[in-house]
Design a protein around this ligand. Structure first.
Ligand SMILES: Nc1ncnc2c1ncn2[C@@H]1O[C@H](COP(=O)(O)OP(=O)(O)O)[C@@H](O)[C@H]1O
Ligand SMILES: [Mg+2]
Length: 282
């Protein structure tokens, strides 16, 4: 038997975090965005999102693509519960974000959402395995287990052999792999990536896209935000944005697309769900 880290170890159901459940005869969307607007109270006010609706089903790999200023990062912040919509509804694993306290949202983020950013955001004073283990800080994972899970996650991104290196010793592509491992280590319900190849040359960016496709093949649910149409065209579903609106969604263009599941059918879980009690406040 191989001791290689197995990507399925990271994505299978264990005791927690919760996995999508079957109710109302179908899988519950991991993410539901319904009639969402976001207006920044700047002078003059900016309507960054003007009524956006879509759902992401378990296991999907979705590109949100559009030019600079179309509202992609604003949407990512709402999907990631880092910001709240001006109007409309965001649900993560069926939980209505508006009904939750900041403390509950922090717990939801820690256990259900993995973030990847263009700038990597690694600590240069920490080793790779420490950086990845930081992804477990607020999940209630025992310190003794954090390193083992972080080593496994580093294996998933092809960096198992250098756990004690520092980010400064790595290339940009390797740094982004570490950031992806940190996003995966808590086995979140969804990974949100904002321009993950934006700081990389095209060959390195292509290898990151391949990694995301491998993770998708292993069942990880991923939303990738990008202005790069050639990158988006390589992903199975594309949501196209312009001026704060969705102007195309390949899931709804295809009758068999999973994104066409009505978002109203699945509100079976409430904000007092026990999954949130395990999370601790930062
Ligand atoms: N904090 C903010 N205050 C005011 N306007 C903002 C703020 N953040 C973004 N915007 C504006 O909202 C629009 C959408 O921005 P953003 O979501 O960053 O788009 P994208 O990520 O597609 O480039 C742009 O017009 C941008 O200038
Ligand atoms: Mg942006």
């Amino acid at each position: 038997m191989s001791n290689e880290p197995n990507i399925h170890d990271m994505t299978q159901t264990t005791c927690d975090p919760p996995r999508p459940q079957l109710d109302n005869g179908g899988p519950r969307p991991v993410l539901e965005v319904r009639n969402v607007t976001r207006t920044y109270a700047s002078e003059p006010p900016v309507q960054a999102l003007r009524g956006v609706s879509f759902a992401v089903q378990p296991g999907e790999l979705v590109a949100v693509v559009g030019p600079s200023g179309s509202g992609k990062t604003t949407l990512l912040h709402l999907m990631g519960t880092l910001d709240r919509p001006s109007t409309g509804t965001v649900r993560i694993t069926g939980l209505d974000v508006a009904a939750m306290s900041d403390r509950q949202l922090a717990a939801l983020r820690a256990t259900q959402i993995g973030f990847v950013f263009q700038q990597f955001f690694l600590s240069e004073h920490s080793t790779l395995v420490e950086n990845v283990a930081d992804g477990l800080l607020y999940t209630g994972t025992r310190p003794a287990d954090r390193r083992a899970q972080a080593l496994n996650a580093l294996g998933l991104v092809g960096l198992a052999d250098r756990p004690d290196a520092r980010p400064t010793q790595l290339s940009g592509g390797q740094r982004q792999r570490v950031a992806i491992a940190r996003a995966l280590v808590g086995r979140p319900s969804i990974v949100l990536a904002d321009e993950p190849t934006g700081n990389l040359d095209s060959a390195t960016g292509a290898s990151i896209v391949e990694l995301l496709q491998d993770l998708h093949d292993a069942g990880v649910t991923i939303v990738v935000i990008t202005h790069d149409r050639s990158l988006a065209d390589r992903l199975p579903r594309r949501i196209e944005m312009l001026d704060g609106r969705i102007i195309a969604d390949t899931a709804t263009a295809t009758p068999t697309g999973t994104g066409s599941v009505p978002v109203d059918a699945t509100n079976a879980v409430h904000a007092d769900d026990s999954r949130l009690r395990s999370g601790r406040q930062p």
